[in-house]
Ligand binder design. Structure first.
Ligand code: CA2
Length: 167
């Protein structure tokens, strides 16, 4: 399965609308490996919503906060890194659930360190209540905030925090 992209309210890269109104700030919501299976397996851990459900709701939350979102998912580390590089020019902030790359990827950490805006790390499950190998996150060394164990609502909470940080 290749990349998934869900756009919600995206209006392009310019800073002003045609009528001169300031453009809403864009947030990249990045999701790592296997999160395309959300809602289809292991609902006892990750809940019953699909990733499309989660990103659609996040788009509504973002709109109410004066933000737009670009939701993306990939099973490939390099593709996620490419989107983080792209976010340097196109996004004001990043919400990232790196999936299992959380616990292994210095490369994703390095890419996030090259992004200037705020970064919020989200985990649907409480990684600290799970196996020891999930307790360490490379991404947390860069993240401005970490949300874990709040279910898929964590994405909405992350957007609220970004709205505060970007105000
Ligand atoms: O709790 C989280 O959000 C995680 O980032 C999810 C990752 C896991 O490796 C992290 O330790 C914690 C796994 C995502 C797998 O998602 C699935 C969803 C439904 C069915 C199967 C996998």
């Amino acid at each position: 399965m290749g990349a998934r992209a869900v756009k919600a309210g995206y209006k392009g890269g310019r800073c002003k609308t045609a009528k001169g109104r300031p453009m809403d700030k864009q947030i990249y919501i990045l999701n790592g490996p296997n999160l395309n299976l959300l809602g289809r397996r292991q609902p006892e851990i990750y809940g019953g919503e699909t990733l499309e459900d989660v990103l659609a709701r996040a788009g509504g939350v973002a709109k109410a906060l004066g933000l737009t979102v670009r939701g993306l998912q990939s099973n490939h580390e390099g593709e996620l890194i490419g989107w983080i590089h792209e976010a340097r020019d196109k996004a004001a902030g990043i919400v990232i659930n790196p999936g299992a790359f959380t616990h292994t990827s210095v490369a994703i950490l390095d890419a996030l360190n090259a992004f200037d805006g705020p970064v919020i790390e989200v985990h649907i499950s409480n990684i600290h209540k799970r196996e020891a190998f999930r307790h360490h996150s490379y991404v947390s060394l860069r993240a401005d905030g970490v949300i874990a164990g709040c279910g898929t609502e964590g994405y909405d909470l992350a957007l609220r925090r970004l709205a505060t940080l970007l105000a």
